[in-house]
Design a binder for this molecule. Sequence first.
Ligand code: WTA
Length: 662
Amino acid sequence: MTPTGDHTEAVEALLHEERSFAPSEAFAAHANATADVYKAAAADPEAWWALQARTLEWATPFEEVLAWDSPHATWFADGTLNASVNCVDRHVAAGRGGKVAFHWVGEPEGDTATITYADLLERVSRAANALEELGVKPLDRVAIYMPMIPEAVVAMLACARLGAPHSVIFGGFSADALVDRITDADCRFVITADGGYRRGSAAALKAQVDEAMASCPGVERVLVVQRTGQEVAWDDARDVWWHDIVDRQAPVHEPAAFPAEHPLYVMYTSGTTAKPKGIFHTTGGYLTHTSTTHRLVFDIKPETDVCWTSADIGWVTGHSYIVYGPLTNGVTQVMYEGTPDAGGKDRWWRIVEEYGVTILYTAPTAIRTFMKWGDEFPASHDLSSLRLLGSVGEPINPEAWMWYRKHIGGGRCPIVDTWWQTETGGIMISPLPGVTATKPGAAMVPFPGISAEVVDNDGDPVPDGHGGLLVITRPWPGMLRGIWGDEERYRDTYWSRFDGRYYFAGDGAKRDEDGDLWLLGRVDDVMNISGHRLSTAEVEHALVGHPAVAEAAVVGASDDTTGQAIVAFVTLKVADEVADGDDAEIVASIRAHVAEVISPIAKPRQIILTPDLPKTRSGKIMRRLLRDVAEHRDLGDVTTLTDPTVVNMIDGLMAAHASDDD
Ligand code: WTA
């Protein structure tokens, strides 16, 4: 693991960043956070978090704040609460039932819905009653595999209301990926839809679930929302239409309170092996973390703000900043089902204008895509409602940051670059608008109450101006409580690197001359493709599952739009087939296979067929070298290869097939 080696160039470039944007007086005058917040949190982090936690509604107030027995933390453990009550009932009870919770925008033009907090309460209550009728009990795991429709949020909140942890599986995942995740968490129930609209057509979801069910004998019932009206196969004993069972339920549901440490959800994410990890989060600490970060990082004014987090509900950003953070804070949101160019490359900006979006939170990949499409699309709309912009999911390059600021933010909106992970539950490193000056490309400083450090290989903090590994040095409320069913992997992955002292994030970071933090990307075999986490091992596993593939090595190569892109080096079982170094048909079939086994998002940008892979004398594939090849870097010393000619040959193939993208 070389935290700095691969990033030297990036680090050099970053060191010379001199642009800094101080908060404007106008923004600072009304900001939720002041510099005192940092002081108060630093003076007594636990007391500060406890204060934040008390803004939630507790059925039994907590006395205990943190119990830390490394690597296990509990927060507010003697308190009880209900997550869905905090997200919904509370606002209705306070007389805000008429307030819009979601302006939902379907992908087909004109397909919209307005859902108030009172509507949401009624829908969640009916859904909770329906789930109870189907037999869902506290601690049962419920898989949710849905498009970006209101029922996805309703389903999550209904599960939370019953104390049944949900496991939302991204709608882009394949049947095989569903099987892995459903079996690992031992889900008894699945909630899905017939399909959803993506890129102008109705994509099938129920069909994937049907295929998965052949290998998921533990699933008892599948609840199906009718979204597209497409043909679906039906198993009367197992399947039930949402509208058949939910609509006839009583509109009220008496919620039970659960201990703060009751599991709220499981979310699968890629680690460094082929098997995804079920990161699990509990209730009280997670809600505290997401609501507090949402309120302070996004400077939320619940009366007037219209928030739009562009993430899918199938990723942690959707969980924390579409569902739990914003709803506990009672804000109005926009939720959009489709792709950014459905109905025109200005679709997003039309939505911003129409709904008066004030806070936009998206990923650098989307920003770079908009940059490529051209300035005229945002310019053709009135974006003056925007007052704050956020970025998440991958390092944002300074060019994209500046473009975002100018063309979307009109030069007036602060940008918060927020670093966090599925594991951290909520934002960990970010500027506080109105307090922290921002630099293009830097996440700047730890959130109040969070202790992050950049350390060297021995765990010693690096001085300003140096790079190293990002660690979190104290437990925090939203931290993962474990990997579902795998205590050893939990310890190994996050805590063994520094002997239980620090949480090891797996990211490289740099502390600049001013002491501000820059996140530089993963230092392990996790790739970040358009903000989607995938492991090299996971893709390699899928590749070698193809009947023609003998061996495969995957690397994440830098890509102008997607941040990283997957490049696969593949040797075939029948050597003849690679006689001319390429075979379009077999490459297409291998790519289709990866999409089938994992998801279209895992399809390699390039597949290089090669008679051999570069290996060390001990037989390890030399990934760093392959990455250099994939990024056309100077190859340097290759003397440890068993067959040095392999590298030159691979490099030749790369040059010959500079792009075999779709
Ligand atoms: C990366 C997404 C740089 C990082 C919320 C992390 C970032 C991984 C940033 C987690 C950022 C996320 N700057 N890198 N602002 N935000 N990352 O679990 O490598 O899908 O470890 O969570 O994304 O991805 P995950």
